[in-house]
Ligand binder design. Structure first.
Ligand code: E4P
Length: 215
C-alpha cells in the first residue's frame, strides 16, 4: 500500500521524503491556506522534491472552470494529479480531463455509488473521506471495503485513496481492506513507526551494552 502525506507543508513533505517512506502528497484548499503562500509556487516546490504524485485541487464549481484550472495545474509538473470534487460538474470535468490524459483524484467522496461514478468517468484515484464519516457516526472503513469490492468486481483501474485519516488504526484497517493508498497528516505517519516497547527495548539494550567489557 502506498503512503501519502495529507499536507501542503514543504518541511513536512521533505522530512518524510528523506526518510524514504513517502509515495505521494495530497493537498486541499484548507491545507494550502495554512501555508500562507501562492498556490502554484508551493506546488512547484513540493514537486521539485521528487515526490511522484502530488494532488492539487481545483476551486471552480462549474465544469468549464474546473477544466481550465485542471489544465493549468497539470502543466505545472508531471507529478500533478488534479483533484476534482464529486459533483455533477466534477464528473463532467473528470471525464474530459481523463480523456485528455490528465490523472484526476475525485475528492469529497462519501458513498460507494459516488465512487462507482468516479470510476466510470475515468478518475485515476477516488478519495473516500473516512474520518469525516466517522465524525457523523458512520463507519468510514465500511465505505472503503465496499469501494474495494466494487472496483474488484468490475476490474476498474481507479485506485482507492483513503482520505481523512485520523489515526494509525485507520491506516492499518485501510491496508487490511485492500485500499491502494492512505493519505494522512504528518503526526499520523510519524506514529506508524512508534511503539513504546521499541523505545523500552532499545533503552535496555543500550544500558546492558555498558556492561560489556570494552577495549
Ligand atoms: C484528502 O485528500 C483530504 O485533503 C483530507 O484527507 C481531508 O481530511 P480532513 O477530513 O482531516 O480534513
Amino acid at each position: 500500500m502506498q503512503l501519502f502525506l495529507d499536507t501542503a507543508s514543504v518541511n513536512e513533505i521533505r522530512t518524510m521524503w528523506e526518510v524514504g517512506i513517502l509515495d505521494g502528497v495530497t493537498t486541499n484548499p484548507t491545507l494550502v491556506a495554512k501555508e500562507g503562500r501562492r498556490f502554484e509556487e508551493l506546488l512547484r516546490e513540493i514537486c521539485a522534491l521528487g515526490v511522484p504524485s502530488v494532488s492539487a485541487e481545483v476551486v471552480a464549481t462549474d465544469t468549464e472552470g474546473m477544466l481550465s484550472e485542471g489544465r493549468r495545474l497539470r502543466e505545472i509538473h508531471p507529478a500533478i494529479y488534479v483533484k476534482v470534487p464529486m459533483t455533477p460538474a466534477g464528473l463532467r470535468a473528470t471525464r474530459t480531463l481523463a480523456k485528455e490524459g490528465t490523472r484526476v483524484n475525485m475528492t469529497l467522496v462519501f458513498s460507494a455509488n459516488q465512487a462507482l461514478l468516479a470510476a466510470k468517468v475515468g478518475a485515476a484515484y477516488v478519495s473516500p473521506f473516512i474520518g469525516r464519516l466517522d465524525d457523523q457516526g458512520q463507519d468510514g472503513m465500511n465505505l472503503v471495503r465496499d469501494i474495494v469490492t466494487i472496483y474488484r468486481n468490475y476490474r476498474f483501474p481507479t485506485r482507492v485513496l483513503v482520505a481523512s485519516v485520523r489515526h494509525p488504526v485507520h491506516v492499518l484497517d485501510a491496508a487490511k481492506a485492500g485500499a491502494d493508498i492512505a493519505t494522512m497528516p504528518f503526526a499520523v505517519m510519524e506514529k506508524l513507526a512508534q511503539h513504546p516497547l521499541t523505545d523500552l527495548g532499545l533503552a535496555r539494550f543500550l544500558k546492558d551494552w555498558e556492561k560489556v567489557p570494552k577495549g
